[in-house]
Design a protein around this ligand. Structure first.
Ligand code: CA
Ligand code: CA
Length: 214
C-alpha cells in the first residue's frame, strides 16, 4: 500500500537521465498536430513552463495518450516565426511534473528545444511593377539604364528559400537589353537603339524566382 502511494506521487521521465530533447518541425505544422511524444510515468501535475522567453511556451500544449506517454502538440501557428525580417528558429520550454516525497514537493523536468524549419511558401513579388523606362536612342551601349527592378520574397532571409533570381524571358529577341546578373536586376543596354528603324517600344518580361537547390 505504501509503495502504491509513493508511486502515484512520483514523476519520472524516460529514458532516465535525459534532460534535454531536441526536435525539428516545419513552420507549416498545423495547430493541434504532434510535436513529439514523451514518456513520463508516473506523472503528477504535469505542466509546460517557460525557459528563456515566456512566449515560447504558449506555442505548445499537451495531451495524455495513455498511462505512460503524453503527446506535445502545437497550440499556436509557427508561420510568422521564420518568415520574418528577424527570424526566430528556436523555441524552448520545459515539461515539468511534481514529485511528492511525503514532505516536500520536488519538481523534475525535461527541457525541449524546438527548431522551426523554413518552408518555401512565399514566391517573390515585384515592387512597383510594371516598370516604365524611357531611354534616349543615343544612350551608349553598356550603360545601366534602370536600377529599379526589385522583387522580395518573404521566406526566411538569407536562405535559398528567399534568394531571388531574375531573368528576361520575353521581349528581348534582338538582344538589346540585359540584366547585370541573375541576382542584380539592373537593366543594361546591350546594343544601340535606333528610333528610325523601329526601336520604339519594348515590352520586356522579367521573372523573379527563388533558387532551386534540388
Ligand atoms: Ca520563396
Ligand atoms: Ca517560409
Amino acid at each position: 500500500m505504501a509503495e502504491l502511494y509513493t508511486a502515484s506521487n512520483r514523476c519520472q521521465f524516460y529514458p532516465q537521465g535525459e534532460y534535454l530533447r531536441f526536435v525539428r518541425v516545419p513552420e507549416n505544422l498545423k495547430v493541434g498536430e504532434e510535436v513529439l511524444k514523451i514518456d513520463v510515468y508516473p506523472r503528477n501535475n504535469l505542466n509546460l513552463q517557460p525557459v528563456d522567453k515566456d512566449e515560447d511556451v504558449h506555442y505548445f500544449t499537451y495531451r495524455d495518450l495513455n498511462r505512460t506517454t503524453v503527446s506535445l502538440l502545437l497550440a499556436k501557428s509557427l508561420e510568422d516565426l521564420v518568415d520574418n525580417d528577424n527570424p526566430r528558429n528556436v523555441l524552448k520550454f520545459k515539461v515539468s511534473c511534481d514529485y511528492d516525497d511525503g514532505e516536500d514537493t520536488i519538481t523534475s523536468s525535461l527541457s525541449v528545444t524546438v527548431y522551426v524549419e523554413d518552408i518555401n511558401d512565399h514566391a517573390p513579388i515585384f515592387e512597383g511593377a510594371p516598370y516604365n523606362i524611357a531611354v534616349d536612342e543615343l544612350t551608349p551601349v553598356g550603360l545601366t539604364i534602370f536600377r529599379g527592378i526589385r522583387a522580395t520574397d518573404h521566406d526566411k532571409p538569407n536562405t535559398p528559400n528567399s534568394d531571388v533570381q531574375y531573368a528576361i524571358i520575353a521581349g528581348n529577341e534582338r538582344g538589346k537589353f540585359a540584366l547585370e546578373s541573375s541576382h542584380q536586376a539592373f537593366l543594361i543596354l546591350r546594343r544601340s537603339l535606333d528610333y528610325d528603324t523601329g526601336d520604339r517600344d519594348f515590352l520586356l518580361t522579367v521573372t523573379a524566382s527563388f533558387i532551386s537547390v534540388i
